[in-house]
Design a protein around this ligand. Structure first.
Ligand code: HPA
Length: 250
């Protein structure tokens, strides 16, 4: 079992409010990434949308972000994902531990394996989220009184625009429970780097057409995220149990 560091990738609205963290710029082969690093036992924090939270989903340098975490010795990551709800049992404010991913993005640098010296690999993503870390996340959430939907499918749209009602109907027909803009290629790159990666989706609106036009509830997001930080920390305390195969994918 590996004994690396833990990290949290924070999505929209998720800041790490802890004192003692300092910003660290990491140069990678894919460009720079900015991490927030605390003490040795603390999870490293990566604000997905950059230190000023102003990088839109389609322009995030996902490869630099994942490569920077790996370069700092991270072996397990929990990401938060702000989403719109497609499933009726996920009203805004609800959470879901994602287990499947539909990738509708385009034009993103989505792999480390670009041939030549970078290598040619086809990693297995049958289960794109680490089952062991998902189980830890569900346990921790329940211990802190949060009852997430314990599985579900995330459709990743390219954005930055929101979806049409017809697109959401299509995603629903394809089995999606939530829609967002950032889980792909992040989850796939984490797998390519052999990281254990799980994600907690937080609904901040009904998706387009589910209840008419989209109304984003940013307050729900802030309140929820304050409750989630101890959950994420607890879920990351131990490395996930061996046997999930994530590190072998690298
Ligand atoms: N669509 C796509 N991404 C999102 C949404 C949505 O409705 N809400 C939060 N992220």
């Amino acid at each position: 079992m590996s004994a690396g560091r833990a990290a949290i990738i924070g999505g929209t609205g998720f800041d790490l409010p802890e004192p003692g963290y300092r910003e660290e710029r990491v140069e990678t082969a894919y460009g720079p990434a900015v991490l927030q690093v605390g003490g040795d036992g603390d999870p490293i924090f990566l604000p997905r949308h950059g230190p000023d939270r102003n990088i839109p989903p389609h322009l995030i340098n996902y490869r630099a972000n994942v490569a920077a975490l790996a370069a700092r010795g991270v072996d397990r990551v929990i990401a938060t994902l702000a989403v719109g709800s497609i499933a009726e049992d996920l009203p805004p404010g609800a959470t879901m531990v994602v287990d499947q991913l539909l990738d509708f993005t385009s034009g993103r640098r989505h792999t480390f394996f670009e041939g030549g010296s970078a290598g040619r690999r086809h990693v297995d993503v049958t289960d794109p989220f680490c089952p062991g870390l998902r189980a830890r996340l569900i346990d921790a959430a329940l211990r802190f009184g949060i009852h997430p939907r314990e599985s579900g499918t995330y459709a990743c749209a390219n954005g930055p625009r929101l979806e049409t009602a017809a697109e959401i109907r299509m995603y629903r027909l394809l089995g999606a429970h939530v829609v967002g803009m950032t889980a792909a290629p992040e989850a796939f790159l984490a797998r390519e780097r052999g990281l254990h990666y799980a994600a907690l989706a937080v609904s901040i609106n009904w998706a387009a057409g589910v209840r008419g036009r989209v109304h984003i509830d940013s307050d729900a997001l802030t309140t929820m995220h304050e409750r989630l930080l101890p959950v994420l920390r607890a879920a990351l305390t131990q490395p996930p149990p061996a046997g999930c195969g994530c590190p072998d994918a690298d």
